[in-house]
Design a protein around this ligand. Structure first.
Ligand code: ADP
Ligand code: MG
Length: 260
């Protein structure tokens, strides 16, 4: 179980004023669950992932994975693929392996599953944006993370490429039962991917709505059922549409919408 209880996270300097980014933010993610987080741009989604991943320890609150601070065993995938240009595809994935004896074989298998078996010795500069993301996806899974944190990893890709990557992600996630926390500002992407979607308010961000998604997989953002659910969510919660969910509203709401 991933437990996130952030009392406060503020950044010290914003033109002399501290900026309160997150406040009273609480989430529970079950083992093996695919959880999505949506919220307006600048609301604090990346801040949240940095805290969960231990990249930033400067906050008040508690974050625990199976009762422990989630040190180690956490995989990341960012908006940019962040590959080392001077290393081959295979070496980029091997780079994150310690001396795990099964690692190199797993790297090859994952790259093959990502349909990159033919470009193991290529350098990232030669690859398309979609291929680079697939390398980053293989690298994220190769350490067999207990928790995978994804920060808008498919942004700025064309729709078919992003769709293909989502399909691949869901396939390996289902095989491996990794707990995933996936951040996006795109509600349809969240509904297409998640078992559950957490909606954040504007700054200071907290969870204003939690929605279980029970649509059959595979799903694509273009799926009529996904579109219908998006429509239903926005009709029921029009404040989310504006990305202005009011942080002053009291309790976290749990929504149950009819789903086919
Ligand atoms: P999101 O990922 O939802 O777009 P971020 O988490 O990146 O939002 O940022 C949330 C807020 O915190 C923004 O107002 C941003 O300007 C601010 N912020 C982010 N990182 C820093 C930092 N290192 N120092 C000061 N302010 C920051
Ligand atoms: Mg961000």
């Amino acid at each position: 179980m991933l437990e996130i209880d952030i009392a406060r996270k503020s950044y010290p300097d914003r033109g002399g004023q501290p900026h309160l980014a997150l406040e009273a933010l609480r989430m529970r993610v079950r083992p093996g669950e695919f959880a999505c987080v949506v919220g307006p741009s600048g609301c604090g989604k990346s801040t949240l992932l940095n805290l969960v991943g231990g990249l930033d320890a400067d906050f008040q609150g508690r974050i625990a994975l199976d009762g422990q601070p989630p040190a180690g065993g956490v995989g990341f995938m960012f908006q940019e693929p962040r590959l080392m240009p001077w290393l081959t595809v295979l070496d980029n994935v091997r780079l994150v392996l310690g001396d795990d004896p099964g690692g190199p074989e797993r790297a090859r298998q994952l790259l093959a599953a990502m349909e990159l078996g033919d470009v193991l010795d290529a350098f990232p500069g030669r690859l398309s944006g979609g291929m680079q993301r697939r390398v980053a996806l293989a690298r994220a899974f190769v350490i067999e993370p207990r928790l995978l944190l994804m920060d808008e990893p498919f942004v700025s890709l064309d729709a078919p490429t992003a769709d293909r990557l989502r399909t691949m992600l869901v396939e390996i996630w289902r095989e491996r039962q990794t707990t995933v926390l996936f951040v996006t500002h795109d509600l349809r992407e969240a509904l297409a991917l998640g078992d559950r979607v957490f909606f954040l308010s504007g700054a200071p961000a907290r969870v204003v709505l939690e929605l279980p998604v029970r649509l059959d997989r595979p799903r694509s953002p273009a799926n009529p059922a996904v579109q219908a659910l998006q429509q239903a969510v926005l009709e029921r919660h029009p404040e989310l549409l504006a990305g202005l969910a009011n942080a002053a509203d009291d309790a976290i709401e749990e929504t149950e919408l009819e789903q086919p």
